[in-house]
Design a protein around this ligand. Structure first.
Ligand SMILES: Nc1ncnc2c1ncn2[C@@H]1O[C@H](COP(=O)(O)OP(=O)(O)OP(=O)(O)O)[C@@H](O)[C@H]1O
Ligand SMILES: [Mg+2]
Length: 498
């Protein structure tokens, strides 16, 4: 069979970084090839080359056996290649339908370029139904949570009648239910002989969807696994070059009678629904589960002072806190690592150093002067603890790979000895090696008495790291599970309102 795609010895460098150092791969029609590797291994760069976003410095690449060179995404699209970006790429101020048809709007027959809104809305409705997204085609994309935006991107790819769809971490902001839906979409696509390149850090997912896996390490091919060779262990070994033991390292199990650190009573806030009450004890990791749209991120934002609180009480170590905004929350020791790092967590145009310094100015300066040696030590310490892959602390954060950006967001707060740490999807897009580092850090912080509220849509992570799980459904606490009651079905049942 002539491969649909064949890529040979591709090289691509950015200033100071060799992103791809001779990568090869092939893909047959209708095949689902997973591409895995640590953060910064070069996965997204390779995908962007295949989709015509970047041109390679060297190497050959062919579609249907014919050599091609793309001058832009338009060329790739003409051959049926569509990329769903890792960092979503939608126009926030346009409607869902407008985004789906952006650049190739349907025009009313016989008119002089009048847009056929009715037709676009109707077709959008079909496409949205296919991906299981229940929103109006007229809704503004900017008002949708990340999980739903992801589904809009997928709907857009479906509308293009692609032969090869590249999905760069498609499920990183989807919940279990939406992920299952995506698997169905992928099955349908396979039946229609559409090939898929699938990038994911969730190894269970790779095992489930992939026909074959290619592993990248440091911009090179590290190995390949056929369907029946795919296992958690074999993947990890190829990716990080060693075994990872103790993946969920909870050494500091919480004991009975530990004092309450964060107490939330009948909290209501702008954009919220019913009053919410819960507690997190010192040294406890509470997992917060729920479907996309359950209101978890909104709750976190209210606690951090990003949303107006309209009623109820928040107590920190028994003292009532009146948040007037993030600065007062930070001063009180209540910190948030946000879900949307590109919007709230980082200054993308600044260096790693500046991003790390920003929230830590006080501890880095004496009498208002920044002490360079302290800055150097902080950067070196955080970058090595989190294994940040970058050319150095002077690299611009916007150029880092997705997972490495997430590590910088976390790093910012780790230097600050928080009392309460709210983590919203802390390992989204983070590779297995770094993930186990982050889990280790969380465990360490809990051991020091920090109360951690971990919002997560990653079921394994919630079950593996939490002392207790609170499940939100449509803006209220649907239930709570103690360790003895932990299992996937119980969480799902509460999350779906059952
Ligand atoms: N536009 C760019 N400018 C400079 N360096 C870049 C750029 N894009 C990527 N890089 C660098 O190239 C390397 C590979 O990045 P890439 O985004 O392909 O990794 P990845 O495998 O997708 O990682 P992740 O799992 O974190 O998404 C990284 O070191 C990254 O910092
Ligand atoms: Mg990537």
């Amino acid at each position: 069979m002539t491969p649909l795609l064949s890529v040979r010895d591709i090289r691509k460098s950015f200033p100071g970084v060799k992103a791809l150092d001779g990568v090869s791969l092939r893909l047959d029609p209708g095949e689902i090839l997973a591409v895995v590797g640590e953060n910064g291994a070069g996965k997204s760069t390779l995908m962007k080359i295949v989709a015509g976003v970047y041109t390679p410095d060297e190497g050959a690449f062919a579609i249907d056996g014919k050599p091609v060179a793309f001058a832009g995404v338009g060329d790739a699209m003409k051959l049926g290649i569509v990329l769903i970006h890792q960092e979503l790429n939608l126009a926030e101020n346009l409607s869902v339908a407008a985004n789906i048809f952006l650049g190739r709007e349907l025009v009313r027959v016989g008119s002089l370029g009048w847009l056929d809104d009715a037709a676009m809305t109707a077709r959008s409705r079909d496409l949205l139904a296919r991906v299981g997204l229940d929103v109006s085609p007229r809704a503004l994309v900017g008002t949708l949570p990340p999980g739903q935006r992801q589904l809009v991107e997928i709907a857009r790819a479906l509308s293009l009648d692609a032969r090869l769809i590249i999905m760069d971490e498609p499920t990183s902001s989807l919940t279990q239910k939406e992920t299952d839906r995506l698997y169905k979409v992928i099955e349908d696509l396979r039946k229609q002989n559409v090939a898929i390149l699938y990038i994911s850090h969730r190894l269970a997912e790779v095992k489930r969807v992939a026909d074959r896996v290619t592993v990248l390490r440091d911009g090179r091919n590290a190995g390949e696994l056929a369907r029946d060779e795919i296992s958690h262990e074999s993947l990890v070994r190829l990716m990080v070059g060693r075994d990872l033991r103790q993946f969920y390292p909870r050494r500091h199990a919480i004991s009975e009678g530990t004092r309450t650190r964060l107490a939330v009573r009948d909290l209501t806030f702008a954009g919220g629904r019913d009053p919410v009450s819960f507690e997190v004890r010192a040294g406890e990791i509470v997992g917060m589960s729920g479907l996309v749209g359950a209101g978890r991120t909104e709750l976190a934002e209210a606690l951090f002072g990003l949303r107006a609180i309209t009623g109820g009480v928040v107590r920190l170590d028994e003292a009532e806190v009146k948040t007037s905004g993030p600065p007062s929350s930070i001063a009180a020791g209540l910190l948030l690592v946000p879900e949307d790092r590109r919007k709230h967590g980082l200054v993308l145009s600044e260096t790693i150093r500046d991003n790390l310094i920003l929230p830590n100015l006080a501890s880095l300066s004496i009498l208002g002067w920044i002490v360079r040696s302290r800055v150097g030590r902080l950067c070196a310490d955080l970058m090595s603890r989190l294994k940040v892959r970058a050319s150095g602390p002077g690299q611009i954060v916007g150029q880092l790979s997705g997972g490495n950006q997430q590590k910088i967001v976390l790093g910012k707060w780790l230097a600050r000895q928080p009392r309460v740490l709210i983590l919203d999807e802390p390992t989204r897009g983070v590779d297995v090696g770094a993930r186990s580092e982050i889990y280790g850090l969380m465990d360490q912080l809990a051991g020091q008495g920090v109360a951690i509220l971990m919002i997560s849509s990653d079921m394994e992570e919630v079950l593996g790291m939490s002392d207790r799980i609170i499940v939100l459904h449509e803006g209220r606490v649907a239930g709570e599970l103690t360790r003895a009651q932990f299992n996937e079905e119980a969480v799902m049942k509460l999350a779906t309102g059952g």
